[in-house]
Design a protein around this ligand. Structure first.
Ligand code: ATP
Ligand code: MG
Length: 578
């Protein structure tokens, strides 16, 4: 490709609304352009990189035995109602209406469509296992589209869905996808870590997210430096808080004391009260499926909402409003507690879920369910009726790893892929049953596996850049080699050699761009560095006088080689085996 023929609108200035490096570079290198928030047009070079990632994904999915299909993006809402996600995923669903005012859903993902297909087509264990995948556009009404392609309203995902007859076979399908993902990201030149992920309402151990460590990531990963433990903070556990929970002798009954105006853990920790946060019980009230629940964590802990969702069996819950709380408990947030004696009438029947770190706690302080009053000398086992104990707290950095006993660390990361054993959730709801060897009707055991392809592209840029621009891994670079004649006059020695090297490399199957612009060398070099081609071959009259051209890996130093051997050298650099 000739630079003057293609379209590479590089920018000198950083676009004002791009906050993170990869977003700035996507725009500055002329790879994409914004239509409006969360919607982007891929320009020729951006699209080339995207297609290369897609091809790597396709090859590895095929290699793992998955079958490529293409499902409609426009979906009937009925199947979403059947799965229950018309309500539970309502916030991300885009709706469209046709001329007859019939409603359609724009697919944010395709479990409903693929399970309908399996319901119609898979009848016997003899047809299993099957794994179907596609690389298509998804639509999600994200509340906060941002960071360019990272969180968009429309993006490209590779999604795969496995169907198995037995649990064992489903675990094998899961492992195949896990291994394929490991290869895919490595081939894209991306360093990822697979971390244990929240399995939400489904539960179980089979969910991993593939994370790209990055300060700008929206996820937090808890990990042990030994490499033996890594989990999304939504799922992570530890040996527990570093400061032990008090278990101190208490008088016969809790004591009520006045705390006028005190409404926070911190305020109660201040003089004249001086109750250390870990001596306090934090009482949170949620409304889950129109019922109130009381959730207790230690005062210095943060509730982990993903863990609570797992316990409640639904992610459909929200913090109760102050009026709802006052109506039920007779007090406002800041004075709430779960001491049984302070829960009168219907409130006494509300479920109380407590975090494991509070087990056996004695000598605690909590709200008295009376505005402006707290109770001290509270002993959990004696004074509260806990409905269920569960791990509900968020791990903090420095706590000890359950596997190794070493201090855990926390860092931010970008989720590029997710593998998930679904079980029979969708196959039961959408009736994807098959007859097993004994002729019994069984729901297919499913797994789903997603890769954000457009997000992966941007994650590569986020991980591979320097002050001058992008450092594309050769496998996904829009062009692998940029041939730069320093004099573009037709018939000049530089241009003749450039044409020859360009033609020979292209014939050898290398993606080459010939920078045939009539611009100063410095200007062309800057652009090539910004776009980030892995190798540059510069051809100037001065070097040619010595019979030489210069090869420069992006981010490396210049090596002069004879013009004659330039093609062989480039091929050797691109394929280290040669
Ligand atoms: P997130 O927590 O980031 O919203 P998710 O859990 O909703 O992601 P999945 O439903 O598992 O994501 O989708 C599979 C993959 O699709 C994700 O791992 C991510 O790489 C990508 N993805 C999800 N939402 C978006 C988006 N709005 N824009 C770009 N890529 C996305
Ligand atoms: Mg999401």
């Amino acid at each position: 490709m000739r630079w003057t023929h293609t379209f590479v609108p590089t920018l000198k200035e950083t676009p004002a609304d791009a906050e993170i490096t990869s977003h700035k570079l996507l725009l500055r290198a002329g790879l994409v352009r914004k239509l409006t928030g969360g919607l982007y047009t891929f320009l020729p070079l951006g699209l080339r990189a995207l297609r290369k990632i897609e091809q790597i994904v396709r090859e590895e999915m095929d290699r793992a035995g998955a079958l490529e299909v293409a499902m409609p993006c426009l979906q009937p809402p009925e199947i979403w109602q059947q799965s229950g996600r018309y309500v539970s995923a309502a916030e991300v669903l885009y709706h469209a209406h046709d001329r007859a005012q019939k409603e359609w859903v724009l697919g944010p993902t395709h479990e409903e469509v693929i399970t309908s297909l399996a319901a119609a087509e898979i009848n016997s264990y003899r047809q299993l296992p099957k794994n179907f995948y596609q690389i298509t556009v998804k639509f999600r009404d994200e509340i906060r589209p941002r960071f360019g392609l990272m969180r968009a309203k429309e993006f490209i995902m590779k999604d795969a869905y496995s169907f198995d007859a037995t649990d064992e076979a489903a675990s094998a399908s899961y492992q195949k996808m896990y291994d394929a993902y490991t290869r895919i990201f490595a081939r894209c030149g991306l360093k990822t870590v697979a971390v244990e992920a929240d399995t939400g309402v489904i539960g179980g151990k089979f969910s991993h997210e593939f994370m790209v460590p990055a300060e700008t990531g929206e996820n937090e990963v808890v990990y042990c430096e030994s490499g033996r433990y890594a989990a999304n903070i939504e799922k992570a556990t530890s040996q527990g808080p570093l400061v032990p929970t008090p278990k101190i002798p208490v008088p016969a009954t809790p004591e009520k004391f006045a705390t006028p105006g005190v409404a926070t853990i911190d305020a109660l920790a201040q003089p004249p009260y001086g109750v250390a946060p870990h001596h306090q019980i934090k009482t949170l009230i949620f409304l889950a499926e129109s019922k109130l629940v009381l959730v207790l964590v230690r005062g210095d802990d943060q509730l982990n909402e993903a863990k609570l969702a797992g316990l409640l069996g639904t992610s459909q819950f929200r913090p109760a409003e102050p009026e709802e709380i006052f109506g039920a408990l007779g007090a406002h947030p800041g004075s709430l507690g779960a001491v049984a004696a302070t829960l009168a009438g219907p409130a006494a029947a509300l479920p109380v879920y407590a975090d494991e770190a509070l087990r056996g706690a004695a000598g605690m302080t909590t709200g008295a369910n009376e505005d402006g009053f707290h109770l001290r000398h509270v002993a959990i086992d004696r004074d509260l009726q806990v409905t269920k104990w569960a791990d509900l707290r968020t791990v903090q950095a420095g706590e000890l790893c359950t596997a190794t006993g070493q201090p855990l660390k926390i860092r931010r990361a970008i989720e590029v892929g997710h593998v998930f054993k679904l079980g029979t959730k969708y196959s039961e709801k959408l009736r994807a049953f098959f007859l097993d060897e004994q002729g019994r009707s069984q729901p297919c055991i499913m797994g789903c596996y997603g890769i954000g392809v457009t997000r992966t592209l941007q994650a590569v840029i986020e991980q591979c850049n320097d002050k001058d621009g992008i450092l594309w891994p050769p496998s996904v670079a829009p062009y692998t080699v940029c041939v730069t004649p320093l004099n573009v006059a037709a018939g000049s020695a530089a241009m003749n050699w450039a044409e020859r090297i360009y033609t020979e490399l292209t014939a050898a199957g290398v993606d080459v761009i010939l920078d045939d612009r009539d611009e100063r060398p410095g200007f062309k070099f800057k652009d090539a560095d910004l776009v980030g081609f892995p190798l540059r071959v510069s051809i100037g009259e001065k070097s040619l006088a010595k019979g030489e051209v210069e090869i420069k890996p992006r981010g490396g130093s210049v090596t002069p080689v004879t013009a004659e051997e330039a093609v062989a050298k480039v091929l050797a650099l691109l394929d280290p085996r040669k």
